[in-house]
Write a protein that binds this ligand. Structure first.
Ligand SMILES: Nc1ncnc2c1ncn2[C@@H]1O[C@H](COP(=O)(O)OP(=O)(O)OP(=O)(O)O)[C@@H](O)[C@H]1O
Ligand SMILES: [Mg+2]
Length: 199
């Protein structure tokens, strides 16, 4: 069955979940899988020499479980939890996968029909993060001692990516980001339709 898989990666508090939810509201037959739902329990998270829990690394995530959720969706696209319940059954099923460590995880590389990456500057990221309460809450110094350095490391790893990633300025208003990405997805879907007609 035809499907269209969208990756929304990016820095913590870049607006990934917000953008994914806004897109889902306007795209027919669209499901979301959030990487944040696949964190291992705290007891399985490593600690560094400063006592910081190492949450912002792939090892903190149960990626096998996330891959199973994706495979499950692929086997029966458009029927999984979180779908806009088949508003238009004839529309190509769309899956949005959103998370902070998507494009560093090799098994996902061949999946993307379109990849987006939200960035915001250090100060804005630190400010937004300080307004959130995570479970467990960020201890003092966690942003500078773990979160941001890990983000920089992952950005460096992304330099090896061979496919196109559309970088998005996460400081733009929510509505502008939505419009920009929605228009782009619409274009990409049209392109895919044309390719299928000529094939
Ligand atoms: N375009 C935007 N402009 C300003 N603030 C935004 C924008 N998008 C999201 N926010 C705010 O930034 C915070 C983080 O948003 P969101 O949860 O969507 O980000 P995220 O990238 O999914 O974060 P996380 O790393 O926790 O998964 C929220 O308080 C949200 O209201
Ligand atoms: Mg999120």
């Amino acid at each position: 069955m035809r499907t269209f898989v969208i990756g929304i990666g990016g820095v913590t508090n870049g607006g990934k979940t917000t953008l994914a939810k806004n897109l889902q509201k306007h795209l027919p037959n669209c499901s979301i899988i959030s990487q944040d739902d696949f964190f291992k329990p705290e007891s399985e998270i490593e600690t560094d020499k400063n006592g910081f829990l190492q949450y912002d690394v792939l090892e903190a995530l149960n990626m096998e479980q996330m891959m199973s959720a994706i495979s499950c969706w692929m086997e029966s696209p458009g029927h999984s939890v979180g779908s806009t319940d088949g508003r238009s059954a004839e529309e190509i099923p769309i899956l949005i996968i959103e998370g902070f460590l998507l494009f560093n995880y090799k098994p996902l590389d061949t999946l993307w029909n379109r990849s987006y990456f939200l960035t915001i500057p250090y100060e804005e990221c630190k400010r937004r993060r300080s307004t959130r309460v995570y479970e467990p809450p960020d201890p003092p110094g966690y942003f500078d001692g773990h979160v941001w350095p890990m983000y920089l490391k992952h950005r460096r790893e992304m330099e090896d990516i061979t496919w196109e990633v559309v970088y998005l300025d996460g400081t733009k208003p929510e509505e502008d980001l939505f419009s920009q990405v929605y228009e782009d997805i619409t274009k990409q879907l049209e392109k895919q339709k044309c390719l299928q007609v000529t094939a």
